[in-house]
Design a binder for this molecule. Structure first.
Ligand SMILES: Clc1cnc2c(Nc3ccc(N4CCOCC4)cc3)nc(-c3cccnc3)cn12
Length: 272
């Protein structure tokens, strides 16, 4: 028999410190009174979800993330609501937000960046095998677990492939591949492009096609106007170029990433 689904309410938790503000709500550290388990409670106002017309996206996020089990994907344990708020019971990521760590450090070295990229590739491969594309891979949607492992979070934009986007994009264009900025049909290979952008941003500190004006970013993406600084290692530059291919079918396959020289060369040695 499957584990019985517990009914949660706000009263099930001791609320701890506020971890931060997401785009649609606040996140608190919380402890489940019954089990002592520390989790993260994401609180959203129902009227905000309605106002931003994201309730459908939000329901999809819950439906998708609840069924995922992978060490590099943030667990969604359950959800509940009261009269005016909705609550997500999420895995607590002990080292916080990737983008804050990246901003603080400026950029990552090959060892750290390659470990993160290998873990994200593993999570994406798991999602793609379930015909789910994340579609919103960027440092803001990555958290870091207690042992320094990456946790993919925020599935608001993920969909079941193949799809053609119906709702307009909001936020940064930086991570969008040509087929999305050109509003063409797209599939899971959009995540491969974003992984290339992320690899570049981890090693350089900013995304490759960043421009003040959206139009300029769009043009640089469409032309794949990529300039890799000289301090980026030859192996890393090779993987970035193999992911940032204009033609989706030419992008480096996820399952080959663990064997790419950049990953192999920087994998921590067996403790001697
Ligand atoms: Cl969902 C979810 C699960 N776990 C977290 C989390 N965990 C977390 C842990 C540790 C530290 N710090 C420890 C080092 O010093 C700096 C803070 C921050 C957040 N944060 C957020 C979040 C969301 C929005 C803004 N800001 C933080 C969402 N989370």
């Amino acid at each position: 028999p499957s584990t019985p689904v517990r009914q949660y309410s706000l009263d099930s938790f001791e609320i701890g410190r506020k971890l931060g503000k997401g785009k649609f709500g606040k996140v608190y550290c919380a402890r489940d009174k019954a089990t002592g388990y520390v989790c993260a409670l994401k609180v959203m106002e129902k009227k905000e979800l309605i106002h931003f017309k994201v309730e459908k996206q939000f329901r999809r996020e819950i439906e998708i993330q609840s069924n995922l089990r992978h060490p590099n994907i943030l667990r969604l344990f359950g959800h509940f609501h009261d009269s005016d708020r909705v609550f997500l019971i999420l895995e607590y990521a002990g080292q916080g937000e990737m983008f804050k760590v990246l901003r603080k450090k400026g950029r990552f070295d090959d060892v750290l960046a390659s470990q993160y990229i290998c873990q994200i590739a593993s999570a994406l491969s798991y999602l793609h095998k379930k015909h789910i594309i994340h579609r919103d891979l960027k440092p803001e949607n990555l958290l870091i677990g207690l042992n320094g492992e990456v946790k993919l979070s925020d599935f608001g934009w993920s969909v079941h492939t193949p799809t053609s986007r119906r709702t307009t994009m909001c936020g940064t264009l930086d991570y969008l591949p040509p087929e999305m900025v050109e509003a063409k049909d797209h599939d899971s290979k959009v995540d491969l492009w974003a992984l290339g952008v992320l690899t570049y941003e981890f090693l350089v500190g900013n995304p490759p096609f960043e421009e003040p004006a959206h139009k300029a970013t769009y043009k640089r993406i469409s032309k794949v106007d990529l300039k890799i600084p000289p301090y980026v290692s030859v192996e890393a530059a090779d993987l970035i170029r193999r992911l940032l291919q204009h033609q989706p079918e030419r992008r480096f396959p996820l399952d080959q990433i663990p064997d790419h020289p950049w990953i192999v060369k920087n994998r921590p040695h067996w403790p001697n």
